[in-house]
Design a binder for this molecule. Structure first.
Ligand code: AP5
Length: 248
């Protein structure tokens, strides 16, 4: 695991501000699973660009209509659309102590946009140190998982259309087969979890997202966690990384 060195990183877990956290990793690495645990523990929102896009597709909004076919092919939605979507979300009041970005950024231009946008937010909050810490330079947690493990996770994944809880028929089954433990809703399979679409998503990850590892490593912000461990072990390492990061 790489040590955090940047003094500008905005995580202050024992105080009030947590700051931005990015979860980086291939499809089915466990980003959503860990993001929900971090969100519940630290009281900051999970911002999943995949979930926001899927909700737009379900509601047949203009954004959803533009994104649907792209997502079904396993390709990435345009940087411009996704950055606009994230900019809107970061305006919401629940981001005041920080936020977890799950599935964003996913390309180098998105990462550059995010750095510039956070800088702009900090400038707008000059004089308010707490507000500036909430949008400080992000800590990036990379979940490292082998291809064959990803494939098993993808084929077994089911999620609750009502509350978003994630299950896996092989690895994390619900108590009653096919229904959500929390609200009893019938669990669903994502259309892009079909094996041929997964192959395309992996291609997009390797070509467009993997360069972010060097981008963040070069800026001293990358923390690598073995994502093949049980959920609780991954969670413990991610939490310890968040807690031990340089305080402002
Ligand atoms: P998105 O929804 O972000 O999909 P993804 O990145 O491919 O990630 P997943 O949601 O598939 O997996 P995950 O890492 O969250 O794993 P999970 O926790 O569910 O994006 C979908 C699409 O939207 C993209 O293809 C693209 O088109 C578009 N998009 C989104 N963001 C974009 C962006 N920024 N730019 C452009 N386009 C964008 O876990 C997976 C399974 O494994 C579950 O069944 C879970 O129970 C199980 N599991 C998790 N952790 C463990 C563990 N430690 N041990 C055992 N099982 C585990």
């Amino acid at each position: 695991m790489e040590a955090q060195t940047s003094a500008a990183v905005g995580v202050k877990v024992n105080g009030r501000v947590v700051g931005p956290i990015i979860l980086l990793g291939p499809p089915a690495a466990g980003k959503g699973t860990q993001a929900k645990l971090i969100a519940d523990t630290f009281g900051i929102p999970q911002i999943s660009t995949g979930d926001i896009l899927r909700s737009n597709v379900a509601q047949k909004t203009e954004l959803g209509m533009r994104a649907k076919a792209i997502m079904e092919r396993g390709e990435l939605v345009s940087d411009e659309l996704v950055c606009d979507m994230v900019a809107d979300r970061l305006e919401q009041a629940d981001c005041v102590r920080g936020f977890i970005l799950d599935g964003f950024p996913r390309t180098v231009p998105q990462a550059e946009w995010l750095d510039a946008h956070l800088e702009k937010m900090r400038r707008a909050k000059q004089g308010d140190i707490v507000a500036q810490q909430a949008c400080a330079a992000p800590v990036v947690i990379r979940l490292v998982v082998d291809y064959n493990v990803l494939l098993q996770r993808i084929t077994g994944r089911r999620s609750c259309p009502t509350c978003g809880r994630i299950y896996n028929v092989y690895l994390q089954p619900p108590k009653v087969q096919g229904t959500c433990d929390a609200d009893g809703t019938l669990l669903a399979r994502r259309p892009d979890d079909a094996e041929d679409v997964f192959a395309e998503r992996m291609k997009a990850y390797e070509q467009q997202t993997l360069p972010l590892v060097d981008y963040y490593r070069g800026r001293g912000r990358l923390i690598e966690v073995n994502g093949e461990q049980p959920v609780e072990a991954v969670m413990a390492q991610a939490f310890s990384a968040i807690e031990n990061v340089n305080r402002l």
